[in-house]
Design a protein around this ligand. Sequence first.
Ligand SMILES: [Zn+2]
Length: 341
Amino acid sequence: MLHFDAVVADTHNDLLMAVAARPPKHWVQYFRDTWLPQLTEGGVNLQVLPVFIDDWYRPEGALRQTLRMIEAAHVIAAEVDEVRLCLNGDEISQALADGKIALVLAMESMPGLDASVELIPTLHRLGVRVASIAHWGRTPLADGSGEDATGSRLTAAGVESLEIMEDLGIVFDVSHLGASGVAHVLERARRPVMATHSSARALLDHHRNLTDDQLRGVAATGGVICVNFLPAFLTEHPRKVTVDNLVDHIAHIASVAGIEHVGLGPDFIREVLFDLTPPCCETNGTTGLDVDAVIPGLDGPRGLPLVTEALEKHGFSPDEIRLILGENVLRLFQAELGVRR
Ligand SMILES: [Zn+2]
């Protein structure tokens, strides 16, 4: 089956949040019992693991939690035979050749650094290879898309963060960044930038989605836009969502940005949120999103073969489907990860 022959890359799964919420001696077993079977059954070959810290941590608390989540990823990679933490393209290629799931560490905003961008090289030494500089709200580096009314571009420290990342070979992630910030990054970027989990604004007008100009701008850098599966970003009627809504976003991004610039950033957050805050309400407190709505069959990595099936039904060719499922992300990572300027 095409899905299991193809390289499947998921550029956004917050599972480290749930891992790090447990006592360290349970990290490995929890990953092995809860996530590894899902990743395997879903055919995932490359998994980006973002470190996300809720806004209510102050910087020093966020820094400690950042380090705990990074440590958790390293411990899992050391103890679980089926996965391998990868720092560059060669390591990813080797992991895939050996039949391992390649893990790539990412930062989803960096509240633990506050404005201390001189610590980005420290994160790089710890294995971080993809990073964004804001979440929903304002950071010392930039405004997230929830602050779009400000019209703010990057701060001086934010500009510096982009330069430091480009020097080190950390891919800059524009998902969550405010609209003016995205424009600012696209003006300044000298290397490819990516959107790890963003859908198309032309199909649903939500500030977390990217406009056609932004999609073209990311593609022009050589980057990839990885589509977010959260129904609240796909359709006006999240409770009636189907996999076809997702395919519409993929097809739109492919037509606007090019088939070589689209990937998958599912953001399977429901299980993580339910795990962390039982019994969970229907909306995420930070974002106000309806997190109870899911694409039928796609509430976790296990459902990923359904995406391939839907892409086939839509009429994408097998080669195009391989690009979407993971080859585009793989190409970007092989060229960029850990490659210094
Ligand atoms: Zn996110």
